[in-house]
Every structure is written in C-alpha cells, then in structure tokens.
Design a protein around this ligand. Structure first.
Ligand code: FAD
Length: 395
C-alpha cells in the first residue's frame, strides 16, 4: 500500500506538514492527522482579540478542508504514546496507528509549578491564556471587567517560551482596552523573571507614547525574584514586594508537549533536539519534531517558524518516501506586534543550517521613532500575513 505518515498536532506546524505532504505527493502518501480538539483557536492574533480588534470566531479554524480537499484522515483524538519499536502511535481508545514517518508538532505544555501556588485549577481564576481557547475568553472577560484605578498583574515567563514578544503585545492590548474606556488610572504591572525582553525598546517607547503611566515593567533587579501566587487573595509575591491584581495573568515556564516527552524525544531542556537540515528528531530518524516542541536554534517559537519548519520536514519526508527532489532547506520568521491601533512593529529573519544548529543568516527589526505611516503599513502587513498563513495551514 501507500506509505503512511502520521502527524500528531493540528496546529501551526502539524497541520501545515499534513497539508504539504498530502498536497505535494498528490495522493501517493497516506496522511493521518491526529488532533485533540475539533477546532483550533490561534494563539497568534489572540492578543488582537483581547484588544477588540478581532472576533473570537475570526481566530478559530476547522479541519474540514484538510479532509475534503487533500484527502487527509483527520482523527479527533489524543495521542497517548508512541511505540518506536513497532512504529505506531497509540490513541486513548486503544487504536494503534502505524507509520512509516511520524511528525510531532504538539506545541507546549505549561510547567504549572514553575510558579509556586499556580496550577491548572488556579488558571480558572488567574488565566494564562498561553494556549488559546476557553482560557483566552476567560482572560478577555476579566480584562473587560477592570475598572478605572484597578491593577492588572502579569507574571511573564522565563526563556524559552512560545512567542517571545507575546506577553508585551498582550500588555499593550490590555492598556489599549483600558485607555479606550477612559480608564487611564488603571495600571498594568509586568513582573518578569528576565532581565530583558523581545523588542523592549519598541514596546517601552510605545507604552510611553500611547499609555503614559499605565504600563510598568519590573525585571528581577526591581522585584528581586518571583516567589509565587495566591489565587485566593489575587496576590503575587516577589522577594521585595507583594502585588495584588484585579486580574492576574500568569504565564508559566514551558516545555515540549507531553507526547514528545513520553516518546523520549526531548533532552534535559524539556525540548526536542533536531537535525537542522530536515527537522528530523536527533533521537529517531523516522520521527520529525516541529514548532514549539523543537530546539530550533536561532528561530523563535512562533507560528511562522512552525509553518516554515513544516515545509522543510514535508519536503524531506516526501523525498524519503517517494524519491522526490529535496532542496537545501530555508527557514524564515517574522513576529509582528500591535502596540496601539495602527502602530505595528516587527522583528524577523532568515535561517539555515550552520554549526550543527539552525542559525540566522539575516535579521531585521522595526526602529524606534518610525513614521506612523510605516507603522500602519507594518500592521496592515500583519493582517495579510494572518490571512495567508491560516490558509496555508488549514487549506
Ligand atoms: P500548536 O499550534 O500549539 O499546535 C499544537 C496542537 O497539537 C494543538 O492543536 C494541540 O491540541 C495538539 N496536540 C498536542 N498534543 C496532542 C496529542 N497528544 N494528541 C493530539 N493532539 C495533540 N506566533 C506567530 O508566528 N505570530 C504571532 O503573532 C504569535 N502570537 C502569539 C500570541 C500569543 C499570546 C501566544 C501564546 C502565541 C503566539 N504565537 C505567535 C506563537 C504560536 O501560537 C506558536 O508558536 C505556534 O502555535 C506553534 O505551533 P505548534 O505547531 O508547535 O503548536
């Protein structure tokens, strides 16, 4: 029969890989996509939903076209384990899916106890919204209930985590919503375990310009270290002080999604080493790990990166299974962030294998003091990107 590829995870990496393998092999490869949820809400643009720039519906996508247009078998189930000896994926109901090649793009798991007092249960009062869906809607409801003079406290994550500029774009969207209501005496305090963060100069400039006095960022030298949270009192305790929030948004530390770890594909970092030329697991030559779960060198954990990596893996897998031509890999990424209505910034680069890892070959970043017309064009570019990448992922 046809060679079989099983893909676990129907997000930015996995759905792209499934679609490209099925599309470009024109039916000669049997592709099965295993995804836990019937619909996928993108983390990307979820901050714009919080800011009121997008509806929840507009950031939620289904798998119908992957099934009907590309002949992919979409299985709505949780993959519980991988039997690497027999080359099978085990589903929760006992089903075994045999594979010739396996692609894992499970995204991240949150390390709940990386913040003392935080847990899956605590997330019902102190949402993380770092996986999109009900958590995102909960965060939005809590944001919309903030009154003037009240405080939002965000606990930012340590490196490495998905979407390096994401927490700071989110803080900008919090401020946008509050300012638009005239709640300019509300405050957003970001408690960061990091000494610096992505696009810091651009965000700092934007916060000062659009939201004077509303957004305060404290690094470890100011708070001394984040000790923990108490969901019963809405408090965040640090070495030097205790912060209380009418809304506390905790974004804990992260590691590769469980399936990649139980398949023994992760190293001590909690993420999965890969061959930089193909995204093939360093631990198993029949398995590919994409996106947030992979150790992708200089590439940040982003949907753009995952989509780009998926195309390289798809090309390599088709080469392995059908003998189609494999070209030298090229990777790219851009992360856009919206600071205020029409004020968009970006950072990105091109990447290639080098020195045993994925290395950046060129980079670019928006500049402080840019013309508002350029910032608006950057924002509009991000709208085009979202439309393009979601149709590239979901067909
Ligand atoms: P995901 O997209 O998370 O997909 C993983 C999928 O696997 C999920 O659907 C999950 O249900 C499924 N799954 C996991 N385990 C199993 C299993 N065992 N069985 C079955 N299914 C399973 N990126 C950008 O490029 N641009 C942005 O502007 C941007 N903004 C962001 C804003 C925020 C607030 C956040 C949190 C992230 C943002 N990102 C952005 C990052 C982006 O969302 C992730 O990097 C990207 O989704 C990673 O893709 P992935 O395929 O690795 O994982």
């Amino acid at each position: 029969g046809r060679p079989k590829v099983v893909v676990v995870g129907g997000g930015a990496g996995g759905a792209t890989a499934a679609r490209y393998i099925a599309k470009d092999s024109e039916g000669t490869i049997d592709v099965t996509l295993v995804e836990a949820n019937p619909r996928y809400t993108t983390c990307f643009f979820s901050n714009l939903y919080l800011g009121g720039f997008r509806s929840f519906d507009s950031i939620t996508h289904g798998y119908d076209r992957l099934a009907s247009n590309y002949g992919i078998s979409v299985v709505n189930a949780v993959a519980e384990a991988v039997d690497r000896d027999t080359s099978e994926v085990l589903l929760g109901d006992g089903t075994r899916l045999p594979y010739d090649r396996l692609v894992l793009s499970p995204g991240i798991d949150l390390i709940w106890d990386s913040v003392d007092g935080y847990s899956e249960e605590a997330a019902e009062t102190m949402p993380h919204a770092w996986k999109a869906g009900p958590q995102t809607e909960l965060l939005k409801a809590k944001l919309d209930a903030i009154g003037n003079g009240e405080q939002i406290v965000m606990v930012a994550p340590p490196n490495p985590y998905r979407c390096p500029p994401g927490p700071y774009e989110r803080a900008s969207m919090f401020a946008h919503v509050l300012k638009a209501k005239g709640h300019t005496d509300a405050k957003i305090v970001i408690l960061d375990p990091k000494e610096k963060f992505s696009k810091q100069g651009l965000f700092s400039e934007g916060w000062e310009k659009h939201y004077p006095g509303m957004v305060e960022w404290y690094g470890p030298d100011v708070h001394g270290g984040i000790i923990g949270v108490d969901p019963s009192t809405d408090e965040v305790e640090t070495d030097f002080d205790t912060f209380t929030g009418a809304l506390v948004n905790v974004i804990p530390a992260q590691r590769a999604g469980r399936i990649a770890r139980v398949a023994d594909l992760a190293d001590g970092s909690g993420f999965c080493p890969i061959d930089p030329a193909s995204m093939r697991s360093a631990m198993d030559e029949r398995i590919y790990v994409l996106g947030d779960a992979a150790i992708a060198g200089d590439m940040p954990k982003s949907a753009f990166s995952a989509n780009s990596q998926a195309k390289v893996a798809a090309m390599t897998i088709r080469g392995d299974l059908t003998g189609s031509k494999v070209f030298p890999p090229r990777y790219s990424n851009t992360c856009w962030s919206l600071i205020e209505d029409g004020d968009g910034v970006k950072v990105g680069g091109q990447y290639a294998p080098g020195e045993g890892r994925i290395s950046s070959t060129s980079t670019f970043i928006s500049q402080t003091g840019e013309d508002p017309a350029l910032r608006r064009a950057t924002y509009e570019e991000s709208l085009g990107w979202y439309a393009g990448i979601t149709s590239d992922i979901f067909g």
